[in-house]
Design a binder for this molecule. Structure first.
Ligand SMILES: C[S@@+](CC[C@H](N)C(=O)[O-])C[C@H]1O[C@@H](n2cnc3c(N)ncnc32)[C@H](O)[C@@H]1O
Length: 458
């Protein structure tokens, strides 16, 4: 029995993440007010506890609950009466697996057969003590071996640093159709600021520029797609996100030799300051929705485009296909997130109140309405901006508005909301991008983008 026995420090510190009460070894550090507001209650990093727990990842765990809910609902993981074998491969204190087991609707929860694994016996001790009422099967050991024992339909990989060393076993152990969610915290390597690690680990060169995080997501997808192809599997991105310290991709994995054979069509390069010929080649390959008007800041190019290795304008090889699935972005609604993962509710008569189904948890935490409101805001933040991009899921456009004044006659970057609205009024698809800097996605031709940006100041 892994991690047998109750941990010495039990019950430790109790946190409520989503709708799941979870015990952790006591933290030694205190949160600032800002961290409390941003992350909810709990320490911000591993240094604070003997078992890893990062409350900054709560948002990605909330999205994981939503994605599992949606994929089961859609029928993609098999008919309603069939089990779904899910693996939380690097579970630490077990918080993610527990959130799946606690926060999905009853009918879906019943279908889940969850296994959670970790090398760390102490972490598993806490995970098991936490899960006395959950139906989760815990295993202690190297998950690279454990994975190979079953055909999983859902695998979550959330390592320290790079996920690369887990990909080979994970991609061999998926069922005919499965979903894999992969986190990477080695952002310096993926975004090119650590160029030797980038080359060694991912076999690529990434330019550190305004698009570096988009390139990092595309590099992670390319790495996973190439590994999948070696195991006769094909991938399709569902959701890709970049939050302060990590990149995360969620993908469909499909066993298909034919699909795996098309991998080269999804790989290519990013080039900044493209030449007129490069813009024409990008459009001809269907990789640039903004047309071939010259000059423009950047575009993607297909794999077979000749690339001079000494030309510093290039990043790659990268995934040049879509980063998301439109239906998944559309499913990331505030309403569904609050319904599944929030312990409060808002009624016309009483305003913000605790949800009766969660009364026990709220009382155990001694939460006041201020805490319910913090939790509501955290849940909303975890899905913010995804749905707006749904219409542009297949559009490889990322226009950083700070870069626009260099291309037209305008005193500064246009204000973003009005800019998007005017592009939509002109009949194009456009959305504010979920991005660190003010940015939009649109399929409008470049001359229209500049004209609309200039007219923002009329
Ligand atoms: C970043 S933590 C996981 C966090 C967790 N998913 C969460 O949401 O809180 C990474 C975990 O991977 C575990 N780990 C590292 N290498 C492993 C391996 N080869 N097999 C199983 N677990 C491993 C570590 O012990 C650690 O608990």
């Amino acid at each position: 029995m892994p991690g047998a026995g109750i941990p010495d420090e039990w019950p430790g510190e109790r946190v409520l993440e989503g709708r799941t009460i979870h015990h952790l070894p006591p933290a030694t550090g205190k949160l600032t007010d800002e961290q409390l507001e941003r992350h909810g209650k709990g320490p911000a990093s591993k240094e604070h506890r003997t078992v890893f727990h990062n409350p900054a990842m709560a948002g990605c765990r909330t999205r994981s609950v939503l994605l599992l809910d949606h994929m089961m609902q859609s029928g993609w993981l098999g008919p309603d009466d069939r089990p779904v074998r899910a693996l939380d491969a690097l579970c630490a204190s077990g918080i993610r697996a527990r959130r799946w087991a606690n926060e999905l609707p009853q009918n879906k929860m019943k279908r889940l057969e969850i296994t959670a694994t970790d090398l760390d016996g102490e972490a598993l001790q806490w995970a098991i003590a936490n899960s006395s009422d959950d139906d989760i099967h815990f295993r202690e050991g190297d998950v690279r071996q454990i994975m190979l024992e079953a055909g999983w339909q859902w695998i979550d990989i959330d390592p320290y640093g790079s996920p690369v060393r887990f990909l080979d076993s994970a991609l061999q152990s998926t069922g005919r159709r499965s979903v894999m969610e992969i986190t990477a915290t080695d952002t310096a390597a993926l975004t090119g600021s650590s160029s030797t690690a980038c080359l060694r680990r991912y076999g690529a060169r990434i330019r550190t520029d305004d698009w570096a995080h988009d390139s990092g997501l595309r590099l992670l997808l390319a790495t996973v797609a190439k590994t999948a192809a070696t195991h006769d599997r094909n991938i399709e991105p569902l959701l890709s996100s970049w939050d302060s310290h990590h990149l995360r991709i969620s993908i469909r994995v499909i066993r298909s030799i034919e699909g795996a054979n098309t991998i080269q069509d999804k790989l290519g390069w990013r080039v900044v300051d493209p030449s007129p010929e490069e813009l024409i080649a990008s459009c001809a390959a269907g990789l640039h929705p903004n047309g071939d008007a010259y000059p423009q800041p950047q575009c993607l190019l297909p794999m077979d485009h000749p690339v001079d290795a000494s030309d510093k304008r290039f990043s790659g090889p990268l995934w040049v296909g879509p980063l998301h699935d439109a239906q998944i972005l559309d499913a990331m609604t505030e309403e569904r997130a609050l319904e599944l993962c929030w312990v409060g509710k808002i009624t016309k008569e009483e305003g913000l109140i605790e949800n009766p189904r969660d009364s026990e948890s709220i009382q155990a935490m001694n939460w006041k309405s201020r805490d319910l409101e913090y939790a509501r805001r955290a849940i909303i933040r975890s899905v913010k901006g995804f749905q707006e991009e749904a219409e542009l899921a297949d559009v490889a456009s990322l226009i950083i508005t700070d870069s626009l004044p260099a291309y037209g006659n305008m005193p500064g970057p246009p204000s973003i909301r009005g800019f998007v609205d005017r592009l939509i009024e002109r009949g194009y698809r456009a959305a504010v991008a979920r991005w660190e800097k003010p940015a939009i996605r649109t399929d409008a031709p470049w001359p229209v983008i500049i004209e609309v940006a200039e007219s923002s100041f009329d």
